[in-house]
Each structure stands twice: as C-alpha cells, then as structure tokens.
Design a binder for this molecule. Structure first.
Ligand SMILES: [Fe+2]
Length: 264
C-alpha cells in the first residue's frame, strides 16, 4: 500500500511516524493487521536508520537520514547512544502500551539471543546496522487441539542460520508463520529495531519462553523444540532512549507497566 504522507506528517520525526502508524494499526479493539497495514509499517521501518532512534551506528556521519530530523544528525552534536561499543546485549526501550511495544536490541559481535517465542504476536524487525545470523522455526500444527502456548513439539525450520546484513528490508513474523521462534547471533556489532504487537505480558498469558532445538535426522528441515531455562549468566542490559521525544496517545496506557531490563 503506497502511502503519501501529507506535509504535517512529513514534519514529524521518523520514530513519531512509526509510533503514530502503530497506534492507528494496533489500537484496540484488537484485530489482526491487514497485509496492507503490515507493508505500510515495513515501509516506515525501511526508511529508518540508527540515528532516527538516537543510536550511533559507528559509521561516518552522512547527510542521509531524516527529512526533518536535522536535530538528530550526528553532525548536530546531539548525543547518540554509542551502541557498537556495548559489550553486552542491551535493550533500548522506546515505548510500550497494552497494544504494542517499540524498542531496540543492540548486540556486540558474537553475542547470542537464545531461541525464544512470540506467543500470539506479530513482530516487525528492522536491522539498523551490522550483520546477524538468524535461526527460526514455526510450530508444526498439531492434528489435535493444543494449547496456544506450546512448551515442546515439532517445529519446521524457517531460517537455518541465515545471515542478514544491513541495509536490508524489515522482516515480519506472525503467530503461526514467518519464524515465530527465533535466535540471533551477532556476526558484527548490530542493532535490531523491534515492533511487537501485542507486547509480552505474563499477566495476559504471553510470557517470553526459551527453547532448545534438536534436529530430527529422519526429518530434514524439522527439529524438536523443548522449553528451557535461560543459559546461566545470560543477561540483557538496559540503556536509555536518546532519540526524538515521542508524543503518545494519552488514551494509551503509559509505560508504568513496563518491566525494564536493568543494568546488572
Ligand atoms: Fe524475538
């Protein structure tokens, strides 16, 4: 769906445009987003760079970026987060409400985010800089009634250690397709801007669960997944969001419920 933004929308920061579009598409009452809406959001994400969310990608300043984001330009001297220098996986929280969350995972080279699921969620992801190896699966539908949240079972390989390099198009996964369970290993320092709808919520039966995967020799392209604890010592740090200030819909729940990752 081609969308021509009117001038007053073009004057907004890119992250504000992303938020506004998410607010339109994902607002309650909950309804599955249409493919046209997904493509609209992907187009917005595809136009975004690290500086648009207040992150220094380590590249030399360019004249690139935003039409109206001059205040964000590295040349302006505005403080950007030096994410490529981080030594641990770090989450930069941008927004969370009942309907969706927006944030950035920053990886040092070699770091792995273990295999995890996104129960009943749609996730749009934009690799902002760097290279990342992706391994992903979808559950094989069981012929018998099964609980929506699965803890073990047969899964189909969607991506077998596929390396994505920025710049590349935003990806999307759905509750039952597109690689709903995935693991990331950073080949170089990299950052992934994620939009999750709805967000993780223990209270609403959408916890984040981690899995082991064991290939099935007699079934190439499939693996048995089983719930597991996080690897010992695995932590995700938190870093402040330094990008353009967001104006949020006051009908949204604010971030009070947000369980931030703490620096450890
Ligand atoms: Fe994920």
């Amino acid at each position: 769906m081609a969308v021509a933004f009117p001038p007053h929308i073009m004057a907004l920061s890119k992250v504000q445009r992303l938020y506004d579009a998410c607010d339109v598409v994902f607002s309650s009452p909950a309804a599955a987003p249409t493919l046209g809406e997904i493509r609209w959001l992907q187009n917005i994400l595809d136009g975004m760079e690290a500086a648009d969310v207040g992150i220094d990608d380590g590249e030399k300043p360019t004249s690139s970026s935003s039409s109206s984001d001059d205040e964000l330009s590295p040349k302006s001297g505005r403080c950007l987060l030096p994410a490529p220098a981080f030594t641990r996986i770090t989450y930069v929280h941008i927004h969370q409400c009942d309907d969706f969350s927006i944030g950035v995972f920053c990886f040092p080279a070699g770091a792995t985010l273990p295999l995890h699921d996104h129960p009943e969620m749609v996730v749009l992801s934009k690799l902002l800089y760097g290279s990342v190896r992706v391994r992903s699966y979808d559950w094989v539908a069981a012929p018998w009634p099964s609980p929506s949240r699965r803890k073990c079972g047969l899964a189909r390989v969607v991506a077998a250690d596929v390396v994505r390099r920025a710049p590349c198009q935003a990806s999307v996964l759905f509750p039952r397709s597109g690689g709903n369970l995935h693991a990331f290993t950073a080949v170089t320092p990299c950052a992934i801007l994620d939009v999750l709808t709805p967000p993780y919520s223990e209270d609403h039966g959408r916890p984040s669960t981690y899995f082991t995967d064991v290939p099935v020799p007699s079934l190439p392209g499939f693996a048995v997944l089983e719930e597991t604890d996080l690897p010992e010592g695995f932590t995700v740090s938190g870093a402040p969001y330094l990008g353009p200030e967001l104006t949020v819909d006051m009908d949204d729940d604010d971030d009070d419920d947000y369980d931030s990752y703490d620096d450890e």
